[in-house]
Write a protein that binds this ligand. Sequence first.
Ligand code: ATP
Ligand code: MG
Length: 470
Amino acid sequence: MNHKEAIQHKVFKIIGSTADELSLECYVIGGFVRDYFLGRSQVKDIDIVAIGSGIELARAVAKKLSGKPEVKVFKNFGTAMVKSEGLELEFVGARKESYRRDSRKPIVEDGSLKDDQERRDFTINALALSLNKETFGDLLDPFQGISDLNKGIIRTPLEPGITYSDDPLRMMRAIRFATQLNFTIELKSLRAITENKDRIQIISKERIVDELHKILMSEKPSKGFELMHKTDLLRYILPELKALQGIEEVEGQKHKDNFWHTLEVVDNIAATTNNLWLRWAALLHDIGKAPTKRFDKKIGWTFHAHEFVGSKMVYKLFKRLKMPLNEKMKFVQKMVLMSSRPIILSEAHVTDSAVRRLVFDAGEFVEDLMTLCEADITTKNPKKQRKYKNNFKLVRQKIIEVEERDRIRNFQPPVTGEEIMKTFDLKPSKEIGIIKEAIKEAILEGVIPNEHRAAHEFMLEKGKELGLKK
Ligand code: ATP
Ligand code: MG
C-alpha cells in the first residue's frame, strides 16, 4: 500500500532525495506513522531510520534545510537530532539489539529494517513509510501493525516475555498506550507483564513518572491504574494506592473500597480539568485512609485524620518517585489536606462563616478544591447525588458572594501589629498576637465586617478586656 498523503511535508522529500544521493534506504517510522493512521493531530517529533549511518544522513539533510540547522549528535546512541520549522527530526541507523538481564542498555549492531522494526516495542509503533524516491510512501508493516491499529490491540513484534524483560519500561508504555488510545493489551502480553513486573525496578523513576503523567492526562486515566493493578505493577510504583484496595467487614459493617472509589474520582476530575497536578491530587486524595483505618464498636469504620496523614504521605511519595518537591507538591498536599472540607460543608446547612473559613484556608486554590470535591461524589444513590451537587452549587455561589463582600482570599489583617502597638503603647509582645487573632476570628465568624473602622473598634474592646490602656 502507498501512503504518500502521510508525508506531504516538504521535509520528507528532502530527506528522501538526500538518502538517494547517499545510496541509503530510509524510512519514517514509529509514533509519527502510527498517529497518522489514527488520525491524531500531527506529531512534531519524527523518527527517521536509515539502513546505514543515520548520523551521516542527518548531516547531509541539515545542509539542505532552510537556515542550515545544527545537527546534535548523540554518539553513544548512534542518533542525531535536527530541529527545523518546528519539527524535531531524529535520525538513527537501523539496528539489531540484544540485552543483558541487569540493564535496559542493549548491545547494538547494524541491522536491516526488519531487525529495527522487531526491536520496537509494539506492532503499532513499528510501522514504516519509505522516503526514497522510487518507493516514496510505501508502507512496510511486517508485523501486522495496521491490523492491530484497526482492532485496537497492543501487541509486541517479538515474544512478549523477551520484549518486556529486555526493556521493562515497555510494560509502562503498553499500559500508557492502552490508556491513551483505549486499546486492549493482548492477553499474552498482559501475562508477560505480570510475570516480569519485578523488573520494573531497574527503570529510572523519571521514566516511570513520565508514563504516569501521560496516563493521568488521558481521557479515562482509570484504565491505566486498573491495568497496573491487574498486572500488580502498582505494588512497585504506587503501593499507597494498592493499599487502598479491598473491603473489610467487621460485625456486619463494611467500608467502601477506596481504590476503586479513587479511580472513579480520577475519571470524574479528568472530565472537568486538564490540570495535571489536580489530577494527581484526585489520585492521592484518599491515600491516608489505609494507615488510619480503624474499627470502632460504636461508630463503625473510621479514618481519623486521614487527610493530614495523606498530605504527609504525598511528600514521601513525591520524593520516592523523584518528582519535584516544589510548589506543585505543596499544591497536591494542600488539596489532600483539605479534601474533606467542602464535603462536610455540603452535608450541612451552608453558613457564611464556614464559607469564609474555607476561602481563608484554601486561598487562591479554592476553585480547584471545589473541583476536586465535586469529583469525589461517587455515590450511586441519585437522591444523595443530587443533594451534594446542589449543595456544592450553593457553596460555589456563596464563595463568590462572600468574596465580593469580605475579600478573604488574600487576607490582609485590616489592623496591623504596628497600629496595635501604637494604640496601647506596647513593645512586641504576645498581646499583639492575641488581638490580631481575635480580629481575624471575628471577621471569619461574621461578627465584624472586613474593614478598618470596625476592626479598630474591635481592637479597642479587646484591649480593654486584656486590661491594656490606651
Ligand atoms: P509518544 O511520542 O506519543 O510518546 P511514540 O511512540 O512516538 O509516542 P517515542 O518515545 O517518541 O514514542 O518513541 C518513538 C518510537 O521509538 C516509538 O514509536 C517506538 O517505535 C520506539 N520506541 C520508543 N521507546 C521504545 C522502547 N522502550 N522500546 C522499543 N521501542 C521504543
Ligand atoms: Mg514520539
